[in-house]
Ligand binder design. Structure first.
Ligand code: ADP
Ligand code: MG
Length: 537
């Protein structure tokens, strides 16, 4: 038997890295700026544990374009590298210096936020460059060095001088296919996307492009309502102010911060998904958070930041990641708790916002068991006349006297279009029923689902045949039609196909109407559901 180690030849691996490292080429900017941030953060860490005694100065990153030389340069005044370090961290592909640094200083400095993890980020520069140069001077007493490589496995390394002293320049000689990265505007757009909230100043064309202390990194106690609203404006300059927000802040069993905003939703609201941005240590990762945030929460806007969510991995990996699952249920819980707290602390305000909250609370209750458990307490149903809201318990109490259902099910009478169903509503009210309005997009599906979860509840539309039985139960108030009325009405309703409606000539009361047209409850729901399905909700 022969045992051995697989030998990887760098000649073969280089083109693969160049081509497939990232499908999105612009990501090289994120990687290199992240390395520069790491370099400054590491220096701060060393200073804080007494291993660096020099002047920190103003730590910053600059990005410069030189159109004539066709170069893009990213510079920092961070930790820098000695020749040995260049050899160790750059010449050994996939040896992650960030990981090594984190392990060494773990526990010593809680504030260490290092972005790198994989040891490949630097090489993304070759996706867009013919040649990459590194000019770097370590914070230690060592000469500056210049490394250069044209994307083949050969490199050169020599001593040099760095005018600015401590720090690193990554100089990319942009290749022909990538000339878009020599466009000022393009670079600015990319920087604003990935670097807008980086913790170290990033300067481009001598202007700082980032806010180093975005609201989500602060403590809730440091922030006023105005601060939250201003941050929302910073994220979505053209949006209406948000209804309310939730500040997320956990560090165990995973690390997560963020602010989720609840937008105003009304009937004409166009659902906007992908309005939550995912960050990792203030570096933008993606707008596609559908595997991290439960689907019903996709209506929320804002930012979540977690260094525990892997930066560079595929979607399918994310779905299976245990941290991602925990994060998703944590967010669900926070949102449910927030709604519960709002409901209990200011019911009036909660009711005023119910048009927005309701849609989303119902959607959540349909799709998430835990959320539904909490939602059962704050779900409210609006009376058709708009005068009042009932919780499930309140509805039960209010109608206790007239509930006659033999299966002891709590019947909830509802209307889907109160104006058209007005006479049924008045008839039901005359009997002491409360009729609630369930007319939003999500309602047809909602009540169907809730009946399976709430064993003791039966929703009945006010003009359904079942409701008719309820309302009419052991009543003698029916209005007796004259022969003439009956003949004329029968003729009128003969035109309506009987499988769609049920026509009964039995009058509810003289004041309301002498005839009832009802529709089997199940038929009606089929139609309502179809309408919802077709609307894209
Ligand atoms: P990672 O960031 O995951 O460690 P990279 O390929 O992005 O992997 O970088 C490799 C290593 O090169 C870093 O860990 C760091 O040690 C070193 N390095 C890269 N850029 C800089 C820089 N601007 N200043 C100092 N060291 C750097
Ligand atoms: Mg990196």
């Amino acid at each position: 038997m022969q045992k051995g180690a697989i030998r990887v030849q760098t000649e073969n691996i280089f083109p693969i890295i160049k081509k497939f490292l990232y499908s999105d080429h612009e990501i090289f900017i994120r990687e290199l700026v992240s390395n520069a941030v790491d370099a400054t953060q590491k220096l701060k860490t060393l200073a804080s544990v007494g291993e660096f005694k020099g002047e920190l100065g103003e730590l910053a990153i600059t990005v410069k374009l030189d159109k004539e030389k066709k170069t893009l340069t990213i510079s920092d005044n961070g930790i820098g590298m000695t020749a040995e370090e260049v050899d160790k961290y750059i010449n050994q592909v996939a040896f992650s210096g960030a990981e090594e640094f984190l392990n060494k200083y773990k526990g010593q400095n809680e504030g260490t936020n290092i972005i790198g993890h994989f040891g490949l980020g630097f090489y993304s520069s070759f996706m867009v460059s013919n040649v990459v140069e590194i000019v770097t001077q370590s914070h230690k007493d060592a000469p500056a060095v210049r490394w250069e490589c044209d994307g083949s496995p050969e490199y050169t390394l020599e001593e040099t001088t760095r005018e600015a002293g401590r720090g690193t320049d990554i100089i990319m000689h942009i290749n022909e296919e990538s000339e878009e990265f020599l466009d000022e505007h393009r670079i600015k757009t990319i920087l604003e996307k990935f670097c807008k909230f980086l913790p170290v100043p990033v300067k481009y064309e001598d202007k700082q492009i980032n806010n180093t202390h975005p609201a989500w990194t602060k403590k809730p106690s440091e922030l006023t309502t105005e601060d939250y609203q201003n941050f929302y404006k910073e994220l979505y300059p053209f949006s209406e102010p948000p209804l309310f927000w939730i500040h997320l802040n956990v560090d165990y069993p995973f690390n997560l911060t963020g602010i989720l905003y609840f937008p105003k939703i009304n009937k004409s609201y166009e659902i906007q998904k992908d309005k939550i941005s995912l960050y990792s240590n203030q570096v933008f990762v993606t707008d596609e958070v559908k595997d991290i945030v439960p689907e019903f929460l996709m209506l929320l806007h804002g930012v979540i930041d977690s260094p525990d969510i892997p930066l560079n991995v595929s979607r399918s990996y994310l779905q299976g990641d245990p941290n991602v699952k925990k994060i998703s249920s944590y967010i669900t819980k926070k949102v449910a708790d927030k709604l519960d707290e709002m409901f209990r602390s200011d019911r009036k305000e909660f009711e005023e916002k119910w048009e927005s909250i309701g849609l989303f609370a119902k959607y959540g209750m349909m799709t998430d068991d835990k959320f539904r458990e909490k939602g059962n307490k704050f779900l409210i149903l609006e009376d058709v006349d708009g005068s009042k809201f009932y919780t499930l318990d309140e509805y039960k109490q209010e109608t206790a006297a007239i509930q006659t259902n033999k299966e002891e099910k709590q019947v909830i009478l509802y209307a889907t279009s109160p104006i058209q169903q007005d006479s049924y509503i008045s008839a039901a009210k005359a009997k002491g029923y409360k009729v609630v309005k369930l007319d939003s997009l999500v309602d047809a599906a909602f009540l169907n689902q809730m009946e399976t979860h709430w064993e003791k509840v039966q929703f009945t539309r006010v003009d359904a045949d079942i409701a008719d039985n309820l309302i009419d139960k052991d009543e003698n108030t029916s209005h007796v039609l004259t022969q003439d009325q009956e003949t004329r009405l029968k003729a009128l309703f003969e035109k309506i196909p009987q499988q769609h409606v049920k026509v009964e000539l039995k009058g509810l009361s003289a004041e309301s109407q002498p005839v009832i047209v009802t529709r089997p409850e199940f038929m009606r729901r089929m139609k309502d559901m179809a309408a919802v399905g077709g609307s894209g909700m």
